[in-house]
Design a protein around this ligand. Structure first.
Ligand code: ZN
Length: 396
């Protein structure tokens, strides 16, 4: 038997999925009793999470009342943090981004500096839109770092050691009363692509190919984080290619990780070693855009390494869609994608590839922000959180 909060969360989820429904339609769809549906709708109306409107009917009698999710019940704040910039947004309760901005940032400077810049953006959104802090129902933040599941903390982040075990929800908690969700960047991106671009695919793998390499897994419609939150760390799986011994040193301290062979920083390292005058990811992007033969060849080789890893992931997870994202896909997709596709289709099981689609991200560079907005929206409307938004008669 579902608890009351499970019940209203479930009914709200149905209304969000289907659009407006009458009481009779909810009864028919769910098999619940009329009185159970009435209780749920009354609670949702009182919480202003749904609104009712009359539907015109061709039959005689009272027009039936249609109940719809009220995405204007409150606002959400989100910030997708990358190594060199962040993108912040103000969203409605349905996860639609209404205002957004991208600014340079430096995650290596530590959490206080960056979170203060993000807070300034949030305060500007509130001032510009006349929104009060009380109307903020949830906050989301994603980091290019491993996040311990359910903790709101990153643990041993290789590129941003000052963030190790920093309590992000507690920091925002001094300023906002709403729950704070912290997520690994590739997880947020996977959620964004799954909810926005591929809503029909319940099983999706997003591979982020930027300065580093990471992935996010959507399994049966939900984000799959693994036991501790470390699932999907494709960049640090060990990879050996013919002719290599231990493999190049990775930023994580190991040798021969996928990222140390095929991540943006590894391609840049190899391009520089070949004699090219390049020093940043922007230089690498420019070299790929100009069709520089050495850069193109390195990108193709990176595609083969990444494709080998993705083929393994496809055998393990059997996704319906693989989405390739990140600045190297945006800049060098013509060289990376064919190599990745060739590798996956020749190395994965025929059953897993027969209906598999491998595509470039369609949201670039907004996947993370869009995903966070939906993660926060879905998170605060889940049974464990929805009670915060529903007033109850005092019991006792
Ligand atoms: Zn590594």
């Amino acid at each position: 038997m579902a608890t009351f909060d499970e019940g209203i969360s479930e009914t709200l989820s149905l209304l969000r999925r289907k659009g407006g429904m009458t009481r009779a339609e909810i009864v028919a769809e769910t098999g619940l009793s009329r009185s159970a549906v009435n209780l749920r709708i009354d609670a949702l109306l009182q919480a202003r999470l749904v609104s009712g409107s009359a539907r015109e009917t061709v039959m005689k009698g009272r027009p039936a009342e249609v109940f719809s999710f009220n995405s204007e019940r409150g606002k959400l704040l989100a910030a997708d943090v990358g190594a060199t910039k962040f993108r912040a947004g103000l969203c409605n309760l349905g996860g639609d981004v209404e205002s957004e901005i991208e600014l340079p940032s430096d995650v290596t400077a530590g959490p206080e500096v960056l979170l203060t810049s993000i807070l300034k953006c949030f305060e500007t959104f509130l001032a510009d839109t006349g929104t009060s802090a009380d109307e903020i129902l949830g906050i989301g933040l994603s980091l290019p770092a491993p996040v311990k599941r359910g903790s709101g903390m990153s643990v041993n982040p290789p590129i941003m050691p000052l963030w190790n075990r920093f309590d992000v929800p507690a920091w925002f908690g001094e300023r906002f009363a709403s729950p704070v969700f912290l997520e690994k960047d590739a997880n947020a991106m996977a959620y964004g692509e799954a909810r926005f671009s591929h809503p029909e695919a319940d099983d999706l793998l997003l591979v982020k190919i930027g300065t580093g390499i990471g992935s996010g897994v959507i399994r049966e419609g939900r984000l799959y984080r693994g036991a501790d939150g470390a699932a999907g760390d494709l960049g640090h799986i060990p990879m050996s290619l013919p002719g290599d011994d231990e493999g190049p040193l990775c930023k994580c301290g190991n040798h021969g990780c996928l990222e140390a062979r095929a991540g943006g920083w590894a391609i840049l390292r190899d391009l520089r070693e070949s004699g090219a005058d390049v020093s940043s990811q922007d230089d690498l992007i420019a070299a790929l855009a100009a069709g520089d033969p050495a850069a193109v060849q390195l990108a193709r080789r990176a595609g083969q390494a990444i494709g080998t890893a993705v083929a393994t992931a496809v055998n393990l997870l059997n996704p319906r869609v693989v989405v390739l994202a990140g600045h190297l896909v945006a800049a060098g997709g013509d060289h990376l994608l064919p190599a990745i596709r060739e590798r996956v289709y020749s190395r994965s099981l025929p059953l897993a590839t027969a209906d598999l689609t491998i595509v470039a991200s369609s949201l670039h560079p907004r996947e993370g922000l869009v995903g966070l907005a939906h993660l926060v929206s879905d998170g605060i409307l889940e049974p464990a959180q929805i009670g915060r938004l529903v007033e109850r008669e005092p019991t006792d």
